[in-house]
Every structure is written in structure tokens, then in C-alpha cells.
Design a protein around this ligand. Structure first.
Ligand code: SF4
Length: 353
């Protein structure tokens, strides 16, 4: 039997039962694909259900405030996904009458929709004969056909796409793409379960003992190191937050006053900084606790965070001007980064604020 027949036979007997598979409407297909881009299925399913409950249609999503969408996304990370979905929903309302175009290049032109997501929506929702190759697909093909090209390169993308297109030819694209995903998630995983695999006789990597060497993926360059010092300020029952803006990470999310330093600073060093003097200079602050949270890894940077819990006796004018002053009990109403959430859960347990 050839590769595609083996794959589809396996899929018929072993496919995963996932909520978005029963729905051919492009909106839930798109929601599931975006959520699953950087998220495990177990966690993604929970967010998928919550998302569709809050925004059951493109119109609901388009009409929501960005803050609401970010709040719902809280904990998933990669918040640009949520912002892009919001923009795309608005554009679909404005230009496509609240539906998705059944065309790969038009789908590709929408915010946050890359080659993979465009192909997935085109194939699962519209049945177009296109291949949606994600990391699972690359891994399976690299191993089965013994291809040792670096999968991060443009050349590899071309070679793998052409190969996948030839393998799909004459078959149902939705089943083929879904089969690659399920097979890559259950059998040909990063540590493959070859003993469960129906392809061992013809898989080149298995035959040559190279399953651990394939696929080839060069490590990307080194991450940027950043030191974040957060001031969790207590003024009576209130604290201060600010919404992040600009092109840096976590755009649109709320956080405590932040002082970024070139290296790790203790509280005394922090007090000497210009920013600290500007923020809290003459307000008579007392440092009451410190929490150093474990390094927070993002795609191209590692954040070393320290949270300083500070008590103020009188309001500081700069704080009142640049930040919003809220009741500490209300923090959970704001969309915050996973890092700040980690701190709040660990240190205060939300309710104990
Ligand atoms: S034999 Fe192993 S490496 Fe080859 S396709 Fe099957 S699970 Fe993947």
C-alpha cells in the first residue's frame, strides 16, 4: 500500500473525536485552528468552547471590545492571535458580508491567517483540494520519506508542499489533512510510537534507525534577555495598572507599573533609578515583600521578572496621572499577561487581594 492509503486507513480506525471536527462552518474551524497554533488540544478545547460561547458568530466577535477578547484569551499566550482575530472579524463584516471567502489567497490576506490556517479553513470548511501542512505534517513526511532538509528553510517548504500535494492528489483534502494532524499527534509524535505504526515496513527513518534525527530543524538564534521589575503598589484598598501599547510584547494587556533594568536589580538599586524616583519619589513608600518569579520564556525573549509589593502612605501624582487606580479586588476584571496572572495566583490567590 502507498503512504496515503496507509495514512487514511489508520485515520478511519483511529481518528480523534474533537468538537471542531463535526462543524464545517468556517468560523469555528478558523477559531479552532488559531487556538491550536501554539496550544495543546486539551487546553485548546476548553478555550475553544469558551470562545464560541462568548462570541458565537463573526458578528459577535466583530462587535466585541478588544479588551473583552483579550480577557477571554488570558492564559493562552501569543495575544497577537486574539487581536488579529478581532481585526479579521471586523474586516469580514465590512468586506465579505460576515462570511469567509472560499478562496485560499483571499483567506491568506486576512489578519493573522498564514499559509497553514488559510489551507486548513479552505480544506475543512470548503473542501478545496489544498494541503495544510503544520509541524505534524513536516515531521511525518520527513521521517517516512527520509528527507533531511532543514524544515525552517524556504527550500524545504517548497519540497514538502509539492510532495504533500502529490500525495493528496485524488483524495479528500479534509480527511488527508486531518489524518496527518491526528497521526502526528498520536503516533508519529516527536518521540514516535513506532510500535503502534502501520507504516514501519516502508518508513525510511524507521528502516534506517533515524527516527530521532528527523525532521531536521536548526535552532533559531539566541533569545533576548530582559529584566522586568513590577511594582505591586498598595494604597489603601487600591492598586495601579496600565494598559500596554506599542509594538512590544503584550500589547493591550494590563500590568502593574514596570521598570525594566539592564540586569537584575535589588530593591535598593531600583530605588536609585530615575523612573522609580519619578513614579514614587516623595510618596513615602515601604517595600513589604518581594517575589522573584521563574524566568518567563516567550518566542524570542526570556523575561526575568521580580514583583515588589510596596505600600504607599500618600498618593503619588505621577502614578495617578499615568496609571488607572483600581480596587485591588477588581484586578481579575482586566486582561493581564500570563506572567502577572502567575504572580497573582501564587502570591495573593486573587480573592486574597
Ligand atoms: S514508523 Fe515511526 S517514524 Fe515512521 S511514520 Fe511510523 S511512527 Fe513515524
Amino acid at each position: 500500500m502507498d503512504f496515503t492509503s496507509l495514512l487514511l486507513d489508520w485515520y478511519n480506525d483511529n481518528q480523534r473525536d474533537l468538537p471542531w471536527k463535526i462543524n464545517k462552518d468556517p468560523y469555528p474551524v478558523w477559531v479552532s485552528e488559531v487556538i491550536l497554533q501554539q496550544t495543546r488540544v486539551e487546553q485548546g478545547t476548553h478555550y475553544y468552547n469558551r470562545f464560541l460561547e462568548a462570541f458565537p458568530t463573526i458578528l459577535h466577535l466583530a462587535q466585541a471590545q478588544e479588551d473583552e477578547v483579550l480577557k477571554l484569551w488570558q492564559g493562552l499566550g501569543y495575544y497577537s492571535r486574539a487581536r488579529n482575530m478581532h481585526k479579521t472579524a471586523k474586516r469580514l463584516m465590512e468586506e465579505y458580508n460576515g462570511t469567509f471567502p472560499a478562496d485560499v489567497s483571499l483567506l491568506r490576506s486576512l489578519h493573522g491567517i498564514g499559509d497553514y490556517t488559510a489551507a486548513a479553513v479552505a480544506s475543512f470548511a470548503f473542501g478545496l483540494p489544498v494541503v495544510a501542512l503544520d509541524g505534524n505534517g513536516y515531521r511525518i513526511l520527513a521521517r517516512y520519506f527520509g528527507i533531511d532538509l532543514d524544515i525552517g528553510t524556504a527550500r524545504a517548504k517548497k519540497v514538502f508542499s509539492e510532495l504533500a500535494r502529490s500525495l493528496l492528489s485524488g483524495h479528500d483534502s479534509a480527511s488527508f489533512n486531518q489524518a496527518l494532524m491526528d497521526f502526528g499527534s498520536l503516533v508519529c509524535t516527536p518521540r514516535p510510537a513506532c510500535s503502534l505504526c502501520p507504516m514501519t515496513k516502508t518508513c525510511l527513518a524507521f528502516q534506517k534507525g533515524m527516527t530521532e534525527q528527523l525532521p531536521v530543524k536548526q535552532e533559531k538564534n539566541v533569545s533576548r534577555i530582559r529584566h522586568f521589575n513590577y511594582l505591586d503598589i498598595e494604597l489603601g484598598k487600591t492598586t495601579f495598572l496600565r494598559q500596554r501599547t506599542g509594538k512590544d510584547i503584550w500589547n493591550g494587556l494590563y500590568e502593574f507599573p514596570l521598570i525594566e533594568t539592564p540586569q537584575k536589580f535589588g530593591f535598593q538599586e531600583l530605588e536609585q533609578t530615575e523612573r522609580f524616583a519619578k513614579l514614587l519619589g516623595s510618596s513615602g513608600c515601604t517595600m513589604i515583600d518581594t517575589l522573584e518569579v521563574s524566568p518567563h520564556k516567550l518566542t524570542h525573549q526570556i523575561i526575568y521578572p521580580v514583583f515588589f509589593k510596596i505600600r504607599l502612605s500618600v498618593p503619588a501624582p505621577v502614578l495617578e496621572k499615568e496609571y488607572i487606580q483600581i480596587d485591588r479586588q477588581d484586578i481579575h476584571r482586566y486582561a493581564i499577561s500570563r506572567l502577572t496572572e502567575k504572580y497573582l495566583n501564587f502570591f495573593h490567590n486573587f480573592a486574597g487581594l
